[in-house]
Write a protein that binds this ligand. Structure first.
Ligand SMILES: C[S@@+](CC[C@H](N)C(=O)[O-])C[C@H]1O[C@@H](n2cnc3c(N)ncnc32)[C@H](O)[C@@H]1O
Length: 318
């Protein structure tokens, strides 16, 4: 996956940064993770299947492969569970991930500047479902960065099945490891801010990597202002351990202003539904998802008694 990126990167506006990005990625991949042999075996198996063109046919990112044995392919792809982001369709095999990513993409795409010809950064890209969509929307290069190694392997598995893949890449990097330079025309941070202990630092880092007339798309969990300025969960939030702060949209607006964004526009607030986040066999057998994380008597509350997940999208410029 790194070699493919190296070639494309060297021909792009990022050319002076390729070496650094590649060195850090190689270091991240060289950790001692006992799962890597299993994940590499899965990629080797998947490499033997026939490839096809990729196209977005909502809700699926569809790869038009022919003559593959779906049952065998499913077995290989399941070596890489849990598949949180998607959905994908490979030939007749529907990989129904936990999340219906197309629903978020619908809310995002209608509100952003066209991606055609842009250099795009997708921070916390997961397995690259949105990164592919950014490239298919015409980005010159869409770079996803994702520190969780399994999701990098999932990205590779999907890429392995694509004939003539679009200019989408996922590297095992954190935002903190990116060059502190305004390199990207559009920066996406979707579902990442609430996982950051230092939310202002994350927003500052997003601003640093954005070009002067670039656009930040920030999608994150928020609360209604009736519930206060912000909530800091004492323990878990909707069973997630690492949720540090849930601001109201007014509070988030103040934070964005504090780090120096000038044009800040709230374009969407949507309650997350069990249609968008659901348990499927692609996250494992007998697993739970959103409907199990909500109060069984009141779907406006999480199982911990906090406001149920709602997400906002802000579009920001420097
Ligand atoms: C909830 S997922 C969101 C995935 C996708 N962007 C979406 O909107 O569905 C958040 C991802 O951000 C990644 N992440 C967390 N902190 C990060 C950081 N500092 N830099 C880059 N990625 C990060 C996590 O590993 C995780 O995969």
């Amino acid at each position: 996956m790194i070699n493919n990126f190296a070639k494309q990167c060297s021909q792009s506006k990022l050319s002076t940064e390729c070496e650094q990005l590649i060195d850090i990625s190689r270091e991240s991949l060289s950790v001692n993770n006992g799962n890597i042999p299993k994940w590499e075996e899965a990629i080797d198996e998947i490499n033997k299947y026939s490839k096809g063109g990729i196209d977005y046919q909502a809700p699926y990112l569809k790869i038009d492969t022919k003559n593959n044995n779906s049952e065998h392919l499913q077995k290989s792809l399941k070596k890489l569970i849990p598949w949180r982001k998607g959905p994908y369709q490979i030939g007749s095999l529907q990989l129904d991930s936990e999340w219906r990513g197309d629903m978020k993409w619908d809310r995002v795409l209608s509100n952003i500047q066209p991606l055609k010809g842009k250099i795009v950064l997708d921070v916390g890209s997961g397995n690259g479902y949105f990164t592919y969509l950014m490239a298919l929307a015409g980005a010159e290069l869409a770079l996803g960065i994702e520190p969780f190694l399994l999701f990098n392997y999932q990205f590779s598995a999907i890429r392995t099945l694509i004939d003539n893949p679009p200019n989408a890449f996922v590297l095992p990097l954190k935002l903190e490891q990116m060059p502190k330079k305004p390199l990207f025309d559009t920066v996406f941070s979707m579902g990442v801010l609430y996982h950051q202990k230092d939310h202002l630092l994350h927003l500052e880092q997003l601003k640093t990597v954005l070009t002067e007339d670039g656009e930040l798309i920030l999608e994150t969990l928020i609360i209604d202002k009736k519930q206060g300025n912000k909530i800091i969960p004492k323990d878990r939030y909707a069973r997630m351990r690492n949720v540090w702060c849930l601001p109201s949209t007014d509070t988030l607006h103040t934070w964005l202003k504090a780090v120096g964004f000038k044009k800040i526009k709230l374009v969407d607030v949507t309650k997350t539904t069990p249609e968008e986040q659901r348990a499927t066999h692609w996250i494992g057998d007998n697993t739970q998802s959103l409907k199990d994380f909500l109060d069984p008597d009141d779907d406006n509350l999480t199982i911990e008694g906090l406001p149920a997940p709602r997400r906002a999208i802000f579009i920001c410029q420097k």
